[in-house]
Design a protein around this ligand. Sequence first.
Ligand code: 2AM
Ligand code: CA
Length: 269
Amino acid sequence: MELRIRKEVFQTAKEWILEAGKNIRETIDEPLKINTKSNANDLVTQMDQNTEKFFTQKIRSTYPDHYIVSEEGYGDDLESDKGTVWIIDPIDGTMNFVHQKRNFAISIGIYHDGIGEIGFIYDVMNDILYSAEKGEGAFKNGQKIPELKNELVLEESILVINSHWSCENKRVDEKGIQDLVRKVRGTRSYGSAALELAYVAEGVVDGYLTMKLAPWDFAAGMVIVNEVGGLTTKADGQPLDLLNVNTIFSGNKRIHETVTTQYVRLKGE
Ligand code: 2AM
Ligand code: CA
């Protein structure tokens, strides 16, 4: 992506995100219509849908040649990652949004020919914007986030993981996960993949492991984590597929290597 264009897209996207976040904050106490999607715990509200429509309308009128991949169905059906693609989760952490009215984020990754150029994760209720541009570092409300340190050892690390993956499940051998959970200093689960990736980038947690994420859950976070020297891949270390659901491990390089090679045993791959 040409630098001049990237700078313009970055500024425009940032303004839209702040505006969308302000709208959410201003209407958060109004009654919500909550529907379910794939199962009873897979929630969607009209706030998810309206926020996604807000972005898709802005993008289509301002950048008609850009593509959109987004969670609630107002984007394009893409079979290729060619061109400029906005990968959007209007509300990441919808369960938190519904139950807690906090701990959710707007997540937007902008990719060109499959390469992450821009990432934004907006912690709406705390008004904290994580951002990154390829090759220019990562920022939290405009302040540069330092590079991740690689000297951390597993015994002194905090791992973000949903306890689900240490129970019997279809995707990963839970024994390896139980060993990992015992080995680390502590575990956390915040319920928004985007925020969890932002916390990895910020260095307040050391790794994030999960077995099922859609592109809009990780697209922005991957750009931001990259910019502080961290790695985000499938949970077995293979490269991520931008157009499909993936397993994920994100963290500093040393923890990434240890977890992906010694603890994660995927099933059926
Ligand atoms: P969401 O709130 O945008 O759906 C923890 O639940 C994290 O996983 C959230 O970031 C959530 O994003 C995401 N998530 C929930 N269900 C998912 C699914 N079926 N596939 C992929 N990601 C999912
Ligand atoms: Ca969502």
